[in-house]
Structure formats: structure tokens, C-alpha cells
Design a protein around this ligand. Structure first.
Ligand SMILES: [Ca+2]
Length: 172
């Protein structure tokens, strides 16, 4: 019941939104950004014993999948007029007003919301920082989720669903 109420409230707030167009813009921004940047994932990703261009392409695909997995949990893909934590968190990736990459970008909240690639850029930088922790993917997501393991675990699980990778190997 609470779930249904939330959904109908959400629909009322976003009346008139062309969702087919929005989802297509989100997917395009995630892919464009990922395929023009150094991937978040490196190494021998296809396990063929060599690090080569194919691993970079797989890493970029995983990066796009990571954006989509994070955006799903952070914002439910509602990137506009969706400010969490009393207005501090903005866009698909819910980037906090205290986020160092957001501060140094000089972009306003409205600018970040209006441009999905700007949002993914801040998400990418935050994820790269978070990944420095090392370990499995759940561990690497811990900084992004403010050290809440349960949240890191759910995001990691979604990433394995999107990519078809092993949850036990990557997240557990
Ligand atoms: Ca390889």
C-alpha cells in the first residue's frame, strides 16, 4: 500500500514526462560517457591471460552497467526534480552538496540535473575515488554508500544482474 502510494505520488510529480525519451537519454549518456573515459574496471576482465583492447571495451561496458545500477538505487532513474537528503543530493546519482567533485566542478544543482553526462561525470569521479579502497566490488562501493555495507551490497547485486557476472565472486 505504501509502495502504491509512493508510485502514484511519483507519477503525479512527474506528470507529462516522456519516459521513453528520458530512459533513452539516460542510456545514451551512460554509454557515451563510459566509452569516452578510462574504465572503472581494469585488468584481464575476459580471463584470457592477456590485458588488451578487448578488456578495455569490457571495462567500459561494465562502467556503463555500474552507472545504471547506481542510478537505479540512488534515484529510481528520476534525475530531475528529485533532491534527496533535504535537497542536498541531486540528479540520477544523488551527488551530495558536500561532494568534493561537485564543489570543484563549479556546476550548479540545476546544471547537474539538466545534463545527464554531468551527473555521470560526478558519479564516475566519486566511484573512482571509492574504488581506491580495493577488495571486491562491495568493498569498493563502500565510500560511495557512506560505509553502509547493506547499500553497497544491493548496488553490487544489481550490477551482477545487469552484467550476468557472479554475485558470489564479485560481491560476497
Ligand atoms: Ca584479457
Amino acid at each position: 500500500m505504501v509502495g502504491l502510494q509512493s508510485i502514484s505520488t511519483m507519477n503525479m510529480c512527474h506528470k507529462g514526462t516522456d519516459w521513453n525519451r528520458e530512459y533513452s537519454s539516460i542510456a545514451n549518456a551512460a554509454v557515451n560517457y563510459s566509452f569516452s573515459h578510462v574504465p572503472l574496471f581494469d585488468g584481464d576482465l575476459n580471463n584470457d591471460g592477456i590485458d588488451d583492447k578487448e578488456d578495455i571495451i569490457i571495462g567500459q561496458y561494465y562502467t556503463a552497467a555500474m552507472f545504471i545500477s547506481m542510478a537505479y538505487h540512488e534515484s529510481g532513474f528520476i534525475g530531475k526534480n528529485n533532491r534527496g537528503s533535504n535537497g542536498a543530493d541531486v540528479c540520477l546519482m544523488q551527488i551530495n552538496s558536500g561532494n568534493v567533485f561537485r564543489i570543484t566542478s563549479g556546476w550548479t544543482a540545476n546544471e547537474i540535473e539538466a545534463d545527464y553526462e554531468k551527473c555521470f561525470d560526478l558519479g564516475y569521479k566519486s566511484l573512482r575515488y571509492s574504488f581506491k579502497r580495493g577488495g571486491n566490488l562491495t568493498s569498493r562501493l563502500m565510500d560511495y554508500t557512506s560505509h553502509r555495507r547493506r547499500l553497497a551490497l544491493t548496488r553490487c547485486r544489481t550490477f551482477t544482474v545487469v552484467t550476468g557476472l557472479s554475485f558470489n565472486k564479485w560481491c560476497n
